[in-house]
Write a protein of this length. Sequence first.
Length: 378
Amino acid sequence: MPRPLSDGSLRSLARALDLSTATVSNVFNRPERVGAATLARVLAEAERIGYAGPDPAARQLRRGRADAIGLVLTDALPFAFEDHAAVGFLAGVAQACEETGRSLVMLPSGSGSGPGRAAGALALGGGSVSALGGVPALGSVAIDGVIVYSVGDREPVLAAAQARRIPIVVVDQPHADPAWDWVGIDDRAVGVAVGEHLAQLGHRRVGVVAPRLSRARRNGPVSSGEVPDYAVLRARVEGLRAGLAVHGAAAEIAIEERTISGEQAGAAGFAALMARHPTLTAVFCLSDELALGALARAAELGIEVPGRVSIVGVDDIERAAAAGLTTIEQPLQAKGAVAGRLLMARIDERLAGGRPGPAQARMLPTTLHVRTTTAPPV
């Protein structure tokens, strides 16, 4: 097994072979600059003493760069691979990393983590996987910048990122701020588009199935005066009210909250919402995952869609069109790529010693796709 690596080991190897440290360093870092005989001699001696080469982490620190970026996720790590919207976003970030040869370190925000619930970090690109805590890890992991993906207004992870004094790009939420670059969509406009569509069809009693509205993990109805911690959800509900009001629909909206944004949660949230408010004629699910679960539960309960109730989602994930789901499309992969490229540009600007410009806000387009899950109420 190779022993721990250091530049001291490299110097010792150079002395033992009566070579310069630059020559030995080239063997491991730029072998094309070394003759075949010298290359073979150095590698043979290194294998004999169990030396695998200079420590790449130490080399990066000396250069003042880690060649890696951090990605702070909304929730625990499985979220990135179970939520289809997050998967699309992650693909875009990975694309930006590949374009610049940087690695990606994923960290959970720790939202809703209770005592004894350990968060983890996953490092991609260098072939390494490490177990690190969420917010503490952000203070110690070697990264040149960080993307914060959809966290609450008062998440401590944002303060931890700012304390590092590295470039920050926030995606979705919190909303744009002079303290960071921002990439997202107009979530209030999303709600307005859905509200106007439903109101034009004649719907006047509308409910909402929402993912977690605060750091607390809970399932159940939301009181009318409650203000969500998450800017995206807050803006979508406000927009829905405004869109309905344009056509004279009632401003009061029944909201059912679920801990996660998955199909099972959507099914449970829809059933609970309809049980509490049986006169609803339309339900706006704040993600396609929730909406697909609602469609499945409606079929199980014998509730005709869209005859008895119309259902709308957000995201336009791949399975939405096949299900005939009326939904708002947002460019998920493009959002990740734009955020990644913006962060890379900020990092390169900093490494070049340039003066950072003002924070940028990149608003991406959305489109309402009307399909078969919405129709006038019967």
